[in-house]
Design a protein around this ligand. Structure first.
Ligand SMILES: [Fe+2]
Length: 261
């Protein structure tokens, strides 16, 4: 599939111009989109750059990863406009909304030439549909699975940045005081020590969300993604959570020790 990057960037910029750029949630998701697409490209470059394929076909594969990054959160803008939140649990699945916009309403054709016979169209759909699920389905073909994983790794890496750079109380609709006094729930702590991402339904306290973010690092699939995470340094910053609660500070110290040795 040939991807015209300039066209994709133009169509995206034109699309988001219709949303309120003064809204920090919109601004956050525009920047997140660009960052995730760059990270998808970086991961794909590492995966395809060293294979036997020709330079041109490696570049096509890398462009496809970049494209998926550009499209993955397209549902966020309508989510914010309609429901004024980024929390799926309080509104709709933004991934499903994105699929509706791109595939049912046909917006994908504005970004790329769509040949329904091309298996990469189904791959784009799957990668976007599953990008924020706890786990991807077990029956995906190898190529689709790889693109799902590239996108999920890239998304997680940029979520670490967002959580460091955005006041957490803006993302989670909680007061600073609540956040600084809360403790990590027992179940969330136990789940963390099993080196896996925190399922949404076990999060109870405001800091559980912070632990939830950090625990995503356990699920990074590719070595290049783990390398990027350690260069970024955001995980270390999240693990140094400056709680006002002594028990919580101890909990974070334990998690840091467990994660970083
Ligand atoms: Fe997303």
């Amino acid at each position: 599939m040939k991807i015209d990057r300039e066209k994709v960037k133009k169509v995206f910029a034109e699309y988001v111009r219709h949303y309120d750029a003064e809204d920090p949630k919109i601004r956050l998701k525009i920047l997140h989109t660009y960052k995730v697409s760059e990270l998808c490209e970086e991961i794909a470059h590492d995966l395809f750059g060293t294979t036997e394929m020709t330079e041109a076909s490696a570049q096509e594969n890398i462009d496809l990863a970049w494209l998926i990054g550009m499209l993955h959160d397209i549902g966020r803008f309508e989510q914010v406009r309609r429901y004024h939140t980024l929390l799926d649990a309080e509104s709709v699945s933004h991934a499903t909304l994105g699929i509706e916009i791109l595939f049912e309403e046909g917006m994908l054709t504005r970004f790329i030439k769509v040949n329904p016979e091309d298996p990469d169209i189904g791959l784009i759909r799957a990668a976007i549909a599953y990008h924020s699920d706890y786990r991807i389905p077990g029956d995906l073909d190898e190529r689709t699975k790889m693109y799902c994983q590239i996108l999920r790794d890239a998304d997680k890496l940029d979520i670490f940045r967002v959580n460091c750079e955005t006041p957490l109380e803006d993302i989670y609709h909680i007061s600073k005081e609540e956040l600084m006094h809360a403790e990590v729930s027992e179940e969330v702590m136990e789940n963390f020590m099993q080196r896996q991402a925190t399922p949404r339904e076990i999060r109870k306290t405001p800091v559980d969300y912070v632990v939830g973010m950090i625990s995503m690092a356990f699920e990074l699939v590719y070595p290049i993604s783990r390398k990027i995470a350690s260069h970024q340094g955001y995980l270390d910053r999240l693990l140094d959570f400056p709680s006002d609660n002594e028990k919580t500070r101890r909990q974070f110290a334990d998690m840091k020790k467990f994660m970083c040795g």
